[in-house]
Design a protein around this ligand. Structure first.
Ligand SMILES: Nc1ncnc2c1ncn2[C@@H]1O[C@H](COP(=O)(O)OP(=O)(O)O)[C@@H](O)[C@H]1O
Ligand SMILES: [Mg+2]
Length: 489
């Protein structure tokens, strides 16, 4: 199917338009010149016919019809008496030759009106004929003369012209097409470069982080006196605006992060004081009435909860800032053992199990403290969001180029509606149990951020009786290029 004209590339449309117009003009010139030539040659022929008419009888009188000097070759003629019967006929061919009956009849049929007529003489072809009632010179009284000259060379000359014009025209159209295509391509090349610049920018991840300097259109393509330069210059202006906007966004993001980090940091000390004083006052039992002791207990536990929140916020703000991680080899096995032991101590009413690889060492490159945080958060969740008696299994395996860490429990699972957003900040189950346990909703967000900054992945599957968090980190041996880690800040 032919696509609609407006969807064709501009260069094709330009070339097609140009060549079609050129061909049309050439055609018009050709037709006009052929018509003009034909008209001219016909006028010429008419003169010759007229001339032949005058000379037909020749100097020798009626016996020498069609033999006079200056007669055009192949001129034919007849002399008719008043009954229309041919008296003489002939064809000038250096020697006069008689015409056949059919040829004579064709000539005799020419009306005697003094005008030129196109006729066909049998055996000879197209002729231009003239018959005049006025007597030809030297012809008998009451007779009339008809003479005719062949039109063949008029037709030949005109067709020769047409053929020449057609050959030259086709060659010209082809030439114009090629040269035009080349010219247009060269002149549209700057536009291609402008488009390439736009395409490159459109592929950049502009939605987050620091974008850095955007590639602008090269100066050679930004001359506003040309159309493509105008586009290039406009694009550059737009790129500058976008750059400025992105920088502003990044600066404001950085400010917010810095603010959160600073605020969290500043809150730590007063929170520790509140907690400390509340505890101190509560302990001095004699002076505190039971109501106040209860209130102080609440202050203390809320301060503890707030401390946890502030610590998490601070950690997240630091992860967001994309500060360079420690990059040293970390053996995950002892990390798992320690973390499970701690979890066991904190939540003794659960069953804790560890499965480690027997052969391979699961060594990854990264920040030990942050990786420990991942384990602590996952194990804390498995202890906190499940009832007593739940079995929690932490396992470590090596698969291909990955260290795979899984924390599984047979608790009630994560609510279905929470599951898709469970790694988001402040996403948490609304169960009173989790609130009581000092839930912040930031634990899994931290896990996700740490894992991502190590070039790994984390995901969860959960149904009642089986909840598994799986973390995949690139093994040290997989020689992950440093940029991959840095890029996922
Ligand atoms: N092992 C688990 N079993 C059931 N629910 C879980 C488990 N782990 C996480 N959750 C749910 O996911 C929510 C988000 O977890 P998290 O980000 O660590 O926040 P927090 O633990 O502070 O509530 C929790 O509030 C809880 O509802
Ligand atoms: Mg948690």
């Amino acid at each position: 199917m032919i696509r609609s004209w407006s969807t064709w590339p501009l260069r094709v449309r330009l070339v097609v338009t140009m060549t079609v117009l050129f061909a049309a003009v050439l055609g018009a010139i050709g037709v006009a010149s052929a018509a003009l030539l034909h008209e001219n040659l016909m006028a010429n022929l008419n003169n010759q016919v007229q001339d032949t008419f005058m000379r037909a009888a020749g100097p020798g009188g009626k016996d020498h019809f069609m033999v006079g000097p200056g007669l055009a070759q192949d001129a034919v003629g007849v002399v008719l008496d008043q009954n229309g019967t041919a008296q003489m006929n002939g064809r000038s061919d250096y020697v006069t030759r008689t015409l056949t009956a059919g040829q004579i009849a064709a000539l005799a049929a020419v009306p005697a009106d003094g005008a030129f007529h196109d006729i066909t003489v049998p055996g000879l072809g197209a002729y231009r004929a003239l018959s005049d009632p006025a007597q030809g010179p030297g012809s008998p009284a009451d007779s009339r003369v008809v003479v005719a000259l062949p039109e063949a060379h008029v037709g030949e000359t005109v067709s020769e012209l047409i053929v020449t014009e057609a050959v030259l025209g086709v060659a010209g159209v082809i030439l114009v097409g090629f040269v035009g295509f080349g010219l247009i391509r060269v002149s549209l090349r700057p536009l291609d470069r402008v488009a390439a610049t736009a395409a490159r920018i459109s592929m950049l991840p502009l939605h987050e982080g620091e974008v850095g300097r955007l590639n602008r259109v090269p100066a050679q393509d930004t001359d506003p006196r040309t159309e493509s330069g105008l586009v290039g210059a406009s694009l550059n202006r737009m790129i500058d605006h976008v750059s400025a906007a992105l920088e502003a966004r990044h600066a404001s993001e950085t400010r917010v992060r810095q603010f959160v980090a600073d605020a969290s940091h500043e809150l730590r000390t007063p929170l520790a004081s509140i907690k400390g004083y509340a505890e101190l006052t509560r302990r001095s039992r004699e002076s505190v009435p039971p109501d106040a002791a209860y209130a102080l207990g609440r202050v203390e536990s809320e301060a503890t909860r707030m401390t946890a929140l502030v610590e998490d916020l601070l950690l997240l703000a630091r992860l967001d800032a994309g500060r360079p991680l420690e990059r040293e080899p970390v053996d995950l096995a002892p990390l798992v053992v320690d973390a499970v032991r701690d979890a066991h101590a904190a939540v003794p009413d659960h069953r804790w199990e560890v499965r480690l690889p027997e052969d391979a060492a699961a060594e990854v490159v990264g920040d030990e403290n942050r990786l420990r945080q991942v384990l602590v958060n996952l194990l804390a969740n498995a202890g906190k969001h499940t009832p007593a008696g739940t079995t929690v299994t932490a396992s470590l395996t090596c698969e291909d180029r990955w260290a795979v860490l899984a924390v599984a429990d047979d608790g009630p699972g994560i609510p279905q509606e929470l599951l898709p957003t469970v790694f988001e900040r402040f996403a948490r189950g609304d169960g009173s149990r989790s609130r009581k346990a000092g839930s912040t909703g930031l634990g899994l967000a931290i896990v996700a951020a740490v894992v991502a900054s190590h070039g790994g992945q984390v995901w969860v599957t959960s149904e009642p009786g089986e909840t598994v968090f799986t973390v995949r980190l690139p093994l040290e041996t997989s020689a992950l290029p440093a940029v991959a880690v840095a890029a996922t800040s």
